[in-house]
Design a protein around this ligand. Sequence first.
Ligand code: FAD
Length: 436
Amino acid sequence: MTEPMFDVVVVGAGPAGSAAALAAARAGRSVALLERGPHPGSKNVYGGVVYGRVLDELVPGWWEDMPVQRWVTRRSTMVMTEEQAVTVDVRSQAWGRPPYNGATALRADLDAWLAGLAEEAGAVLVTSTVATGLLRDARGAVTGVRTDRPDGDLTARVVIACDGVNSFLAKEAGLFSGRDTARHTSLGVKETLALPREVIEERFALRGRDGLDLEILGCTRGIPGGGFLYTNLDSLSVGVVVGLKGLADSGVRPEELLAGLKAHPAVEPLVRGAELKEYSAHLLPEGGHDTMPELVGDGILVAGDAAAMCLAAGVWLEGVNFALGAGMYAGRAAAAAVGRGDTSRKGLAPYRRMLEDSFVLADHRKLRRVPGLVFSERTQRRYPGLLCDLAEGFFQVDNPRPKPGLGRLLRRTASAHGVRLRHLMSDALTGWRSFG
Ligand SMILES: Cc1cc2nc3c(=O)[nH]c(=O)nc-3n(C[C@H](O)[C@H](O)[C@H](O)COP(=O)(O)OP(=O)(O)OC[C@H]3O[C@@H](n4cnc5c(N)ncnc54)[C@H](O)[C@@H]3O)c2cc1C
């Protein structure tokens, strides 16, 4: 039998793929990292916030080198109706010091930095090359990938599919059998808006490299989803993420939702005068834990968005940290399996156990009910109005009428929005069980 060209071929130089290639190369394996774009990050879109602590193990002191725009020292959640907004605003200066909490970063910079680390560790980065399918042996085990290059196929002991949402490789390997991925996919649209640095700092009450991460619920006309606004050094990232099915059923165009968000009275003053630099759109998995594929096959592992490891439930947008974590464990598991000479499904099974023992699957399991709760009709169509009316009623002074008690106000507002208190309690309990 001829020797494979590489121990490990990783498909996709996004965060998952670069972390996988870095971990496998660090463990002494020969690694090829395949990317369809002309350079890492060229095909990728995200909102803009990375929670970097996952890198503590893989890249100690990562904050010294990571291409950061701003350190997130303000995390806010806004719930809105057409004319109202209620915001919870959390600020901590400790988040602006090592080891930091989150950062805004541009995807082209971030992906290039991560892939560069993999290359420094010895991985071979192959760009402008599309993996078009899987190579298999007579038993059906994966033995490499076909590519669109004339000099063609790349053979390997293990393939790690990090090819993002809608992973064709995971599907071809049969790891998604019976799962309807389209039903659990969202579309994100985003604008990058240029604004002078000092205007951003004044407008958002930020100092130096401090940054804001603002997530928004109630800005999608009842279509399951949410919005975001993040501050970069001298630009803003503003976008909406909505479920594909709800979007198709509504007949609304995503750019209309984004225009509506930018025109909202609570948002318009924040983006006023900013100049459009870039418009982009990308799909993302939204279903969480219960929509993940099998993660291990004979000769193949799946990580990141390719395995639906993304929390994209309305006010939540975390995928890069899960992709980095899963990629790191996939790289380590592949390297160890190669070392043991067993890259069968059984030999690669420790990958699943590593994920179970880490935040990657622990967080997804804990929050498995959150997508259902956040995308429910009540959360999307009724709760924003209910919450805003409740807050407005509480803070409104109606003298000479005496102030209503909070209990009465809640009953009255819930009834006006067609929400039964027992449903409100049950949703609150589901939320408490997830976060508690
Ligand atoms: C609008 C939007 C906003 C988001 N905001 C955030 C946020 O603020 N914070 C956050 O943490 N997450 C966010 N996410 C989610 C985050 O972007 C993803 O979870 C994350 O990028 C997943 O990383 P990945 O490496 O698994 O996949 P990707 O980043 O999608 O990388 C996949 C890579 O594979 C390459 N590829 C695909 N197919 C092939 C092939 N056949 N051959 C070769 N190469 C291939 C692609 O070009 C790409 O480089 C957002 C997503 C969207 C769409």
